[in-house]
Design a protein around this ligand. Structure first.
Ligand code: MF3
Ligand code: CO
Length: 249
């Protein structure tokens, strides 16, 4: 069942997502060659704690960290470690917060120092596909309109969308119905309604779409070793159209 939110619930979800946005904004300033990925997690944890919020991912299905840090060929769920960021890497930062009963969830992918043209283009296309999808998040559209917007943006640029991981509804739970695949057909799927909050999160591979999970049980990498990028926003569907709750300013 897809849970529709009241206006005051959307405002509570916004408060949680604003904390996520603040964390990602802060981390964006910190991402540089030589930074230890564990230290980025520490910074994130300090901010949520100061806000009186909780990190959403820690302990979720046993995930042992507060932040997902996915470097280069890592698609999602990369774990903070002693690893240092290095010039030319691209790094996905995925953070979730829980605050006053509601979850927030967002992801950005950033260049570390100077990166290749092809890495830049992959990140740009992935972010564009997110915004193309968000534009479809209006009442009366179908879920497939969101999925198709991601897929066509990505495939027209010569990349592929990951099949094995999807976006999701979000609210009093981190993951609610519906699942939001990044591939699909216009006009198909459930009808979108005002009051839905959707975490839309394209994961895009430079090469083929197949992925594999490393023996740590979490880290997802591209099977062909190609680069992957990930962007995510939590978006409310409202009378005034799509409202990006996790907007970074
Ligand atoms: N944004 C990701 C998701 O919605 C992050 C979840 S990481 C996990 O699935 F550890 F919480 F699973
Ligand atoms: Co998510």
């Amino acid at each position: 069942m897809v849970i529709l939110k009241l206006l005051d619930e959307i405002e509570r979800a916004r408060a949680s997502n604003r904390i996520v946005a603040e964390v990602l904004n802060r981390l964006r300033e910190k991402v540089k060659p030589g930074v230890r990925t564990k230290d980025l997690e520490k910074i994130a944890e300090r901010i949520v704690e100061k806000k009186g919020a909780k990190p959403a991912f820690k302990g979720y299905h046993g995930y042992p960290h507060s932040l997902c840090i996915s470097i280069n060929e890592v698609v999602v769920h990369g774990m903070p470690s002693e690893r240092l960021l290095k010039e030319g890497d691209i790094v996905g930062l995925d953070f979730g917060a829980y605050y006053k009963g509601f979850f927030g969830d967002a992801t950005i992918t950033l260049p570390v120092g100077r990166v290749s043209e092809k890495a830049l283009r992959l990140m740009q296309v992935t972010e564009q596909s997110l915004y193309a999808a968000i534009a479809q998040a209006v009442e009366g559209n179908r879920l497939g309109d969101i999925s198709a917007a991601v897929q066509s943006t990505v495939e027209n640029a010569g990349y592929s969308v990951v099949r094995d991981f999807v976006g999701h509804g979000i609210g009093k739970s981190l993951h609610e119905e519906p699942q939001i695949p990044n591939f699909g057909k216009k006009g198909r799927g459930i009808e979108l309604k005002n009051g839905m909050i959707l975490a839309i999160e394209p994961m895009v591979n430079e090469g083929k779409y197949e992925v594999q999970v490393l023996p740590d049980g979490w880290t997802v990498i591209t099977k062909d070793g190609s680069l992957s990028a990930h962007f995510e926003h939590s978006v409310a569907i409202t009378d005034n159209g799509p409202d990006i709750l996790s907007k970074l300013d």
